[in-house]
Design a protein around this ligand. Structure first.
Ligand code: SF4
Length: 395
């Protein structure tokens, strides 16, 4: 049955949140998107590949295209270099002659590239709506409030913040200002070792799973040493006693992609594929990591598969674009690679960067129009850089 829509219904405006999710409007304080231009080429345009190639050729050495591992194949084919977010930011910094850095990734990655590159280099994110749900889970206001809670509990001076690379520039700056460091999924153990030399407790932002997995698996702590600070509850939902007793104060954030894998996914794949090796990213839940055979960053996953013997079988718990690409790459070598879960699990915000957006960004730059520039203000940049430099100085 259909019902006629009243004139009142038609007049209803989408809510601000709906606009943000649709990639319109602006929310400068979060990772969520801002205005999308209306002149994007159509996704069905058969000439998109040729147009991207022509625009890139016209720009020559002036442009350097970075492709995160989780990007679609249609975008990755135009990347000058691929990698995880930190590697890509460093690659961009090593190319000072490139005036335009087109970052095919998400917002916080483009911010990190802007922080690490020179003032003359301009970082462009082809779709400003490509944010990261995990980075969005810790805003500057929430983290400042948390610090007040720790101060009132009388423990702020013992706490060293450690923030995952997957955080906004504001959170990186907070970390730098309060004597902390940034970490990646590859060096989280070293970062925690360093932090516990500086203080007695760590505030780990924003991914609770990476923090917990590193503390328990790599540092030998118990789950009871960790508490979860929920920014949506008064005092983080914790008592003063709980905060004082904890060694790891984990921010209640997670990756919506890696958080989907469950113990059932692991048990199920072991049943379906006898002898399978389960290899997962440390952003997965603790019970998934505990049940896996191997755990590591995307770079670790790629290296493990490169080194795997022919005939071996692998179930991978990370983003689907990467898993599919690796499965295709290693199939001729007789390595069987499957996705850990039965249901598809793309990073939806990463997938916002598609060929039409890339073509639009490249053609605009080739015509002399700087679009979708990501620029971190100087004060934020200087404190964020401090935190990043502490990471680079880790042994
Ligand atoms: S995979 Fe997870 S952490 Fe990475 S960009 Fe997507 S939501 Fe953020």
């Amino acid at each position: 049955m259909t019902t006629a829509q009243s004139p009142v219904d038609l007049a209803v405006e989408p809510t601000p949140l709906a606009l943000l999710l649709l990639g319109r409007e602006a929310d400068p304080k979060s990772e969520r998107g801002v205005e999308c231009p209306g002149d994007l080429p159509s996704p069905s345009d058969p000439d998109l590949v040729e147009r991207a190639r022509a625009a890139k050729e016209k720009l020559g050495d002036k442009v350097f295209v970075l492709g995160h591992h989780y990007q679609r194949d249609e975008v990755i084919q135009f990347a000058d270099v691929t990698g995880d977010s930190f590697k890509l930011a460093r690659d961009a910094a090593a190319k000072p002659e490139a005036e335009y850095i087109v970052f095919c990734g998400v917002h916080f990655m483009a911010e990190s590239a802007d922080i690490l590159t020179t003032d003359d280099q301009k970082v462009v994110l082809p779709d400003l709506a490509a944010g990261c749900s995990m980075a969005d889970m810790a805003t500057a206001e929430q983290v400042a409030e948390c610090w007040d809670v720790l101060t009132e509990a009388g423990i702020a001076e013992q706490v060293v913040p450690v923030s995952y690379m997957n955080s906004s520039a504001d959170i990186k700056a907070f970390t730098g200002k309060h004597g902390g460091t940034i970490c990646t999924s590859s060096n989280a153990k070293k970062a925690l070792d360093w932090a516990f030399e500086q203080g007695e407790k760590v505030l780990f932002l924003p991914d609770q799973h990476l923090g917990r997995n590193t503390a328990v698996r790599d540092l030998g702590m118990s789950l009871d040493d960790c508490v979860v600070y929920n920014p949506h509850k008064p005092n983080g939902g914790l008592t003063v006693e709980e905060l004082r007793a904890a060694k790891m104060i984990l921010w209640r954030g997670h990756c919506s992609v890696h958080g989907r894998f469950s113990l059932d996914s692991v048990n199920d794949v072991r049943e379906r594929i006898p002898g399978v090796n389960v290899l997962v990213h440390p952003e997965c839940k603790h019970e998934v990591v505990a049940a896996a055979d191997y755990v590591g960053s995307t770079e670790y996953i790629i290296k493990a598969l490169e080194a795997a013997p022919a005939g071996s079988k692998w179930a991978i718990g990370t983003e689907l674009n990467l898993v599919r690409r690796l499965a295709n790459r290693f199939a001729p070598e007789g390595k069987e690679i499957v996705f850990l879960d039965k249901t598809v699990c793309f990073c939806s915000t990463m997938n916002r960067i598609d060929l039409p957006h890339l073509v639009w960004a490249l053609e605009s730059l080739a015509e002399g129009n700087l679009v979708n520039r990501i620029e971190v203000d100087k004060e934020t940049e200087s404190f964020a850089k401090l935190a990043l430099e502490r990471m680079l100085a880790l042994p």
